[in-house]
Design a protein around this ligand. Structure first.
Ligand SMILES: O=P(O)(O)OC[C@H]1O[C@H](OP(=O)(O)OP(=O)(O)O)[C@H](O)[C@@H]1O
Ligand SMILES: NC(=O)CC[C@H](N)C(=O)O
Ligand SMILES: [Mg+2]
Length: 485
């Protein structure tokens, strides 16, 4: 199974549409705009007069739907699609979504999930002890199993009960014979938006870039703790809990989401610009000749740095758009090979220059180290690395597949230690305050509406099944040393 040797792996993408005669085709187009969120597999379930039918497979969307008959075989006026990057369970076909369920009520439904459940292990054990069997190994199947086995006669009641049992990061879209239903976790970690097309169809999807793709207008974001029910009677909103506290994953703004998306009223592209501008103020580089980006995700931050500092921007690095894929789990040497296959240098832009190299993040340090060496080998006088986010030193349990701090260079070294490792002349990071300022105030709560746990260890929820292991690791690596826990 081909896995791209990336450092930060994207999350899943969801797209659902109700009341459109070409529902599966528009879902395909919408998923195409969300392909950056997951490349391991894709699937679409169509709803034709209450009958649910699915096609799914491993690999990119274009690969899974590489014959016209696959979409032709999915007629119906509603559809639900998913692109997957795994955070739990294997990379196998059994974990590719949407997943389908029926259960004791003989009421079929399909389910698509973005995020990661923090109490999946416990719930899985409880369900298994109760005699349930699972088809997949990911966490996503758990919500389906809970709904299937809940005795309440009404589907929404079964869903509410089940949503109140799961913990962690979750944006769900479900397709039943008569409704499309979306739900968002009480912290709203993952983006989820509602849109409308002029033809009267309603769309719910992960990012606004997918709304633009299918010519839909943005209506609003789904709220934490909310259930949105779309059917032939219109749109209805309910809550499964009032115990909510918005803390959107800041990594969505820094790296994951597409720059043309808008999350909770904040343009991802403009937020990255501001991260670069604030970084230029916090971490100036006197006497530099040129600002360069590490394509693709740091372009906006680098342009922001250049605008705020007055140092001209230039393209010193080129990214091969035909991404090299490896056929084994990424190892360190695979990653180095991956970066080499991906990035090359424009020598005349680099030779004899003092360079400010802006990237959005350092995970393991593979990319920065390789680029610093590459730029120096091409005659750069100095390479000053500036990172448009704070030091990444804590793992994420809500949907990014950094499950242990051990793999993060920021968990092992001080900023100067990292500088030595990546062999740069200087290194500077954006502060957590700077990051929060760049994104803006999303809420008046203690988190300003943002999860910055990867940088400050301030997790907005208990970590449940992961807590013990995390506490031990945090202690071993001294992650909170010198920090207010
Ligand atoms: O320190 P490292 O472990 O090397 O990881 C950091 C790099 O990973 C991400 O980019 P990625 O290569 O995934 O691709 P993109 O920016 O082109 O999306 C990120 O934007 C950094 O450039
Ligand atoms: N990246 C995601 O959102 C993944 C969803 C789910 N946890 C899975 O592993 O399939
Ligand atoms: Mg990058």
């Amino acid at each position: 199974m081909p896995i791209e040797a990336k450092s930060l792996n994207e999350e899943c993408g969801l797209f659902g549409i109700w009341n459109q005669k070409h529902a599966a085709y528009l879902t395909y187009d919408g998923l195409h705009a969300l392909q950056h969120r997951g490349q391991e597999g894709a699937g679409i379930v169509a709803n034709q007069n209450g009958h649910l039918k699915r096609h799914k497979g491993l690999g990119l969307l274009t690969h899974v739907f590489n014959k016209p008959e696959y979409l032709e075989s999915l007629p119906g006026k509603a559809a639900l699609g998913h692109v997957r990057y795994s955070t739990a369970g294997s990379h196998g076909i059994e974990n590719i979504q949407p997943m389908m369920f029926t259960g004791i009520h003989a009421y079929p439904f399909a389910l698509a999930h973005n995020g990661n459940l923090t109490n999946a292990k416990t719930l899985r054990k409880q369900l298994t002890d109760d005699g349930q069997t699972f088809k997949a190994s990911s966490d996503s199947e758990i919500l389906g199993k809970l709904i299937e086995n809940n005795p309440k006669p009404n589907f929404i009641d079964r869903l509410k009960d089940s949503l109140n049992q799961i913990r962690g990061g979750f944006a769900f879209i479900l397709m039943t014979p008569d409704s499309m239903i979306a739900a968002l976790d009480p912290n709203g970690f993952r983006p989820l938006v509602i849109g409308k097309r002029d033809d009267g169809s309603t769309i719910i999807c992960s990012e606004t870039c997918a709304l633009d793709q299918v010519h839909a207008k943005y209506v609003r974001d789904v709220e934490p703790g909310e259930i949105v029910i779309v059917n032939d009677d219109g749109i209805k909103s309910e809550k499964f809990t009032d115990n909510t506290e918005l803390s959107v994953c800041s990594m969505e703004y820094i790296y994951f989401s597409r720059p043309d998306s808008v999350i909770r009223g904040v343009s991802v592209s403009r937020a990255r610009h501001r991260m670069g501008q604030i970084l230029a103020k916090e971490q100036p580089t006197p006497n530099a000749d040129v600002v360069m980006a590490v394509p693709n995700s740091s372009f906006e931050a680098a342009i922001g740095y250049s605008t705020a500092s007055g140092i001209p921007f230039d393209m010193g690095l080129v990214k091969n758009q035909y991404v090299a894929r490896t056929f084994i789990e990424p190892t360190q040497s695979e990653r180095e090979h991956g970066v080499r296959m991906k990035l090359s240098v424009v020598r005349p832009a680099v030779e004899g220059k003092n360079i400010v190299l802006v990237d959005d993040s350092i995970v393991r340090g593979t990319t920065s180290k390789y680029i610093v060496r590459l730029l120096k080998a091409n005659g750069a006088k100095s390479v000053n690395v500036r990172i448009a986010s704070p030091v990444l030193k804590f793992p994420c349990f809500y949907g990014i597949d950094i499950r242990t701090a051990d793999e993060l260079i920021g968990a092992h070294y001080s900023v100067d230690g990292i500088r030595k490792q990546i062999e740069s002349d200087s290194l500077g990071y954006l502060s957590v305050n700077g990051l929060t300022k760049a994104i803006g105030h999303l809420s008046n709560n203690q988190y300003n509406g943002l999860c910055t746990a990867y940088f400050d260890g301030n997790y907005p929820t208990k970590l449940y099944d992961y807590q013990k292991e995390f506490d031990e690791e945090a202690k071993d690596l001294g992650l909170y040393k010198g920090m207010k826990a």
